[in-house]
Ligand binder design. Structure first.
Ligand code: 9MG
Length: 279
């Protein structure tokens, strides 16, 4: 069951309708937008555009997590992310910061970020404490391995059971550290140490994950699995990304993380008109 609301700093999201997180990669080497928003002025324009198009949250990432990516130095990540987060938060936009570093988490929260999106599920020393000392939302994602090597023959005995147990274990650690359950989002981490078959199995099992009582975030936009299914290059995956977002929402995802906000918002409006709210 999707909980009725998510609390993220000053923002409260009613989850009786699906929410959209717009992606803002401020890295020179993003797989999906090729570093187009590395320039701060362009990044700001793009974030404001996504917010105007209906994004509920803007997820700013200053370290690439694409398969094969190398780590980013702390100072570089801070310089890329924090001024943008401060400006956008100052405009009332709900900012999420995609980071694994506790130092970046603390600076992001001080700059007004409403959510920390951690592909490492707050496992780094100091990460839980950094978030617990705030009222920001947290997105806990499952990843098998590290971005540099995670797609080298990932293997599971039971991908659904393993991902679910990991995420519920991390949620428990968050609650024990003082993070209210109403601030926690779970994410199976499509493409993070998973084959196409793993991703499809997880997609079919989203209702099982949602049944745990935390909102579920699904990130499939433009990902490699969609290229494998359609034969399309990264710039040609909009229809596949929309289909994936709708399939995820139909299986209980509360938030979809996407590049193409305007198109996704339209698709969800149609879905919602047909389905009605989730209350
Ligand atoms: C940073 N990032 C890239 N893909 C992602 C996904 O699927 N989920 C979350 N939470 N973050 C992601």
């Amino acid at each position: 069951m999707t909980p009725p609301a998510l609390h993220c700093g000053p923002h409260r999201f009613d989850l009786t309708r699906p929410r959209v997180m717009g992606i803002l990669n401020v890295t020179p080497d993003s797989f999906s937008d090729g570093g187009r928003f590395f320039d701060a002025a362009r990044a700001l324009d793009h974030a404001r555009r996504m917010a105007a198009d209906g994004a509920d949250l803007i997820d700013i990432g200053g370290e690439s997590t694409r398969p094969g990516a190398a780590p980013t130095a702390l100072d570089d990540e801070l310089a890329r992310v924090i001024p943008l987060a401060a400006t956008l938060a100052g405009e009332g936009i709900a900012v999420s910061v995609d980071t694994r570093k506790p130092e970046v988490m603390r600076a992001a929260i001080a700059a007004g970020a409403a959510m920390i999106n951690d592909v490492g599920a707050l496992a780094a020393p100091g990460a839980l404490e950094a978030c617990a000392a705030s009222d920001a939302g947290v997105c806990l994602m499952h990843m098998r391995g590290e971005p540099g090597t995670m797609q080298q023959a990932p293997a599971y005995d039971d991908v659904v059971a393993e991902v679910r147990a990991f995420l519920l274990g991390r949620a428990k650690a968050c609650v024990a550290a003082g993070i209210a359950p109403s601030r926690i989002v779970l994410d199976p981490g499509f493409g993070f140490g998973k084959t196409l078959a793993h991703n499809l199995t997880l997609m079919r099992a989203l209702p099982e994950l949602a049944a745990a009582g935390y909102p579920v975030l699904a990130g499939l936009s433009r990902k490699r699995s969609l290229g494998e299914l359609t034969g399309r290059g990264v710039d040609e995956r909009l229809p596949a990304s929309l289909a994936a977002a709708l399939a995820a929402v139909a299986r209980g995802a509360a938030i979809v993380r996407v590049h193409d906000v305007r198109e996704t918002v339209d698709a969800l409006k149609v879905w919602l008109a047909v389905e009605g709210s989730r209350s």
